[in-house]
Design a protein around this ligand. Sequence first.
Ligand code: PLP
Length: 435
Amino acid sequence: MSTQGFSTLAIHAGAAPDPVTGSRVTPIHQTASFVFNDADHAARLFALQEFGNIYTRLTNPTTGVLENRVAALEGGVAAVATASGHSAQHLVFHCLMEPGAEFAAARQLYGGSINQFAHSWKKYDWRVKWFDIDDPDSLKAAVNANTKLVFAESIANPGGLVTDLAAVAEVAHANGAPFVVDNTMASPFLCRPIEHGADIIVHSATKFLGGHGNSLGGVIVDGGRFDWGANAAKFPTLTEPLSFYNGLDIHDVFGAIDLGGGPVNISLAIALRAFALRDIGPALSPFNAFLILTGIETLPLRMARHVENAQAVAKWLESHPKVAWVSHADLPGHRHHDRARRYLPKGAGSVFTFGLKGGYEAAAKVAGGLKLFSLLANIGDTRSLVIHSASTTHRQLSDEQKIAAGALPEAVRLSIGIEDVADIIADLEQALAAV
Ligand SMILES: *Cc1c(COP(=O)(O)O)cnc(C)c1O
């Protein structure tokens, strides 16, 4: 792994001046296909005997720079970019799950992920067992020797709750299951879950990585530490000879491959690309890869400002007479304050909720009365954003699921941007005054 600092990696990791043109910024390789040197070269690429570009559904040089950069920032061994955060999750499950198999997931998740796991996955007969991040017994009850993977968010959307990553990793590993962490809300600037036991990271790059609300994207990072061979019967895609690759056993060939810096285990990344991305097809557009790469160059600066503004706004809201509660883990009274100090020493992010004493009506009115804030379904933009989760993103969930996810009727979710904090607070002040 590189010894360079995070801000240096955010600008340089994976990139080099273009060898043909000298272009300093990574070019947008807006092409569907790549020319082979000859028929032999083509055959070697298709057989995975040599790495190279074939077709943009599999690899693309612009997207490749993004993949290497996010892998470096997360401290993983390889990454695969996808068209969205949801498709990143789909590919991970496609590689690890089998029909009728079970996995465990935290109840405190992005509403879209709850829908994906509870409903769409049923079509594949992938069975979810939910656990509560505040209830270790529920985690133990949800995970057993048949569990294929354990899924949680580092900071849970929308409530700004913090998962005890090391504790979840321990239970997952004791049962031979990899721990998958959605690190969208923290970004690798605030938290690097692989350092706390995570095996696989998924991102909605649409959010803080890209950071400007202008492009959808997803990234999966392979931490390279999970021993697929030791759990071979559970993960046949990775450990059994694949008939469609002339009997290739992915873990055998890619479980300890030397790409120049000593042996690394990139089995999952290979399976994600050569099997899941190839067959399911949610490739990232090279243009979006370019925009997300440009966004990542300022990730450290943006995240520091996001957090600074969010902390000031949370503190201000806490003392407002019309506000019942504020759920930001950097506030000393928050139930996850100690977890935040352990896992998020640079700050607990800029997406959080607060509750109105006036309930559902007041929450909807404040969300609709803000002017600088944009009322929309997204997070992680330079702009400040607001939504009333109970009537929108979490609307399809049952009341019980809403409460578990932190989308209470009186709750307003904010994603604090990087504008001047005085302007953000002034906008909240006028919207609250109208209630
Ligand atoms: C937005 C989001 C997703 C889904 O990502 P898309 O890019 O919208 O597909 C997954 N997890 C979290 C935490 C998110 O905020």
